[in-house]
Design a binder for this molecule. Structure first.
Ligand code: TYM
Length: 338
């Protein structure tokens, strides 16, 4: 029996079928991912999400979003937000997202996201949202969570569901959010009929949780980051601050970052040769990071303010057209159109 050439369609033309095999065109997978413009990107963002995004975009259709409304849950400085939004556009292009193929856009330029988020909010319960890690962590620290942080998962679900997304390349910390998006799709489809695809997270084991300079997950909020597009001096400063245990033979925290930049065999030879020489190993790590980041940094510096504006104008228009098509169906199904 012939194999099913296209995973998105049932296998036609199997034994006994009254017609010969029809080869349907391969449908491209649809990818969606997002970054909050809440500060400078770090190598955890790059390795966990952006690198695989650019690789997947070689064969998938995709949208990459600047999650500016999500950033408002924490950032209250308009000029910083503006600067960060432009920065994320540059970051996307610098790492290799082609704005002519993929859609690069700002969340706030597509009002259908907040519109759908409201509808999804009305389908889920407060206890369901209370399970979200970001909300629980805030409460566990004794801090007041704003309502935006509480409903954050439904805005993210709206981001993903509006575009019939198949895959969401992210780091492990976003797994629960993609699960929320799937749950929201099921709840809507059950209540109003088949409308949304159920998206899947794409998390790569080796880089699911990139460690920071203290060995914990690299995160802006832990101040343990190595900046992706810092100057070489800034990268050097961050690498030199990696916490090492003076009694250990090999600096584990350095190695755990280094193994993401060099293959295992080369690395074990290097670490054997430099037993106990932490400075030499950190210098080698700086050079290995620089070899990856240097060309991307140069590309980033060549992107002008006008390029950024043009990319956002074009991306916003293309994203709105797709989102509006979906929302017209959603409005009709929930009954707000008469
Ligand atoms: P954000 O801006 O916190 O992070 C952006 C991406 O970087 C990944 N990441 C990491 N991966 C591995 N190791 C780390 N140490 C590490 N730190 C961060 C994150 O997993 C993420 O993939 N809620 C999202 C933004 C968002 C979004 C979306 C993402 C809004 N809507 C729709 C995907 C789809 C966020 O805050 O990511």
């Amino acid at each position: 029996m012939s194999a099913n050439l296209c995973p998105h369609f049932p296998s036609f033309g199997s034994a006994g079928a009254p017609f010969s095999a029809t080869i349907l065109p391969m449908q491209k997978q649809r990818l969606f991912t997002g970054l909050q413009p809440s500060g400078a990107l770090h190598i955890g963002n790059y390795l966990g999400a952006l690198k695989q995004t650019t690789e997947l975009l070689q064969s998938a259709e995709g949208l990459v979003m600047i999650a500016d409304y999500h950033a408002l849950t924490t950032l209250k400085d308009p000029s910083e937000l503006r600067e960060n939004i432009a920065g994320v556009v540059r970051d996307y292009v610098a790492v290799g997202v082609d704005p002519k193929k993929a859609i690069i856009f700002q969340q706030s330029s597509v009002p259908q996201h907040t519109e759908l988020a409201w509808i999804l909010d009305c389908l889920v319960t407060v206890p369901f949202l209370m399970q979200a890690h970001a909300y629980k962590d805030k409460v566990a620290k004794g801090l007041d969570a704003n309502a935006g942080l509480f409903t954050y998962p439904m805005l993210m679900a709206a981001d993903i569901l509006l575009y019939d997304t198949d895959i969401v390349p992210v780091g492990a910390d976003q797994k629960q959010h993609v699960e929320y998006a799937r749950e929201a799709a099921v709840k809507f489809n059950t209540a109003f009929g088949e409308t949304f695809k159920e998206p899947k997270e794409k998390i790569l084991d080796a880089v699911a949780v990139v460690p920071g300079t203290d060995g914990k997950k690299m995160s802006k909020s832990y101040s343990n980051t190595i900046p992706l597009f810092g100057t070489k001096d800034e990268i050097q400063k961050a690498v030199m601050s990696i916490v090492t245990d003076s009694k250990a033979e090999s600096p584990e925290n350095v190695y755990n970052i280094h193994r993401l930049f060099r293959d295992r065999e080369e690395l074990s030879a290097l670490y054997k040769e430099n037993k106990g020489k932490y400075k030499a190993l950190k210098d080698a790590l700086v050079e290995d990071i620089e070899a990856v980041v240097g060309p991307m940094r140069a590309r980033r510096e060549s992107i002008t303010d006008n390029d950024v504006k043009a990319i956002l104008a074009d991306g916003g228009e293309r994203a709105r057209a797709q989102a509006e098509k979906k929302m017209a169906d959603v409005r009709n199904k929930v009954g707000v159109t008469i």
